[in-house]
Design a protein around this ligand. Structure first.
Ligand SMILES: [Zn+2]
Length: 191
């Protein structure tokens, strides 16, 4: 059995597994069937409900494992809540996401890489609050607390801020991070 669901209330596919372990391969309008591909059950056809919207989707490639893993992370992140929107950083070679926290007077953006090569569960590669006049008013910390809560709920404990600039050290220390004293000046969350 595949591990899903990937968010609360996610509906199973016909075979009992969840997107993105199952994806649509194609619609067959003549038979009114849809062909799915599942990593546990391979490809299978099923009749589509009469009242269900039938898009007539053409052949869609079977996704790569890497794409599926990113998509699972994205679905988990969607439940982050707290005025946050999530998008994949498509250009990145890893499972990278950009989280945008809109607090009305300012927007905090956090870029994270999940399960990165260094062994961190969550690597925070970049963090900004705009406009600059709203910096140092606690919004960055508020966004970070939401992210840390999400990480703990998902059993992710090794959380690092990578390549911390000297002027940001105090911010990370105030938020419970301590320097790893490594060459890339990474800070690690102390649980
Ligand atoms: Zn399945």
């Amino acid at each position: 059995m595949m591990p899903g669901p990937y968010f609360e209330g996610q509906v199973k596919a016909v075979c009992g597994c969840y997107y993105p372990d199952v994806t649509r391969l194609r619609d067959n309008p003549n038979e009114r069937t849809q062909t799915n591909f599942c990593i546990a059950h391979e490809s299978y056809d099923f009749l589509v409900d009469k009242d269900k919207e039938f898009n007539g989707v053409n052949e869609t490639p079977i996704p790569t494992d890497k794409w599926r893993e990113s998509e699972r992370w994205r679905l988990r992140l969607v439940r982050l809540g707290g005025h946050c929107s999530v998008r994949k950083d498509e250009g990145a070679c890893e499972h990278a996401f950009v989280l945008t926290f809109d607090f009305m007077t300012a927007v905090t953006t956090i870029r994270i890489v999940l399960d990165d090569a260094s062994g961190a569960h969550v690597a925070i590669t970049n963090m900004t609050t705009l406009p600059e006049s709203e910096m140092r008013k606690g919004q960055g910390s508020a966004a970070l607390r939401i992210l840390l809560g999400w990480a703990h709920n998902n059993d992710l404990w090794d959380i690092r801020a990578v390549q911390v600039q000297p002027q940001s050290k105090l911010f990370w220390e105030k938020n419970g991070f301590a320097p790893l004293n490594n060459a890339t000046s990474d800070f690690q969350y102390q649980r």
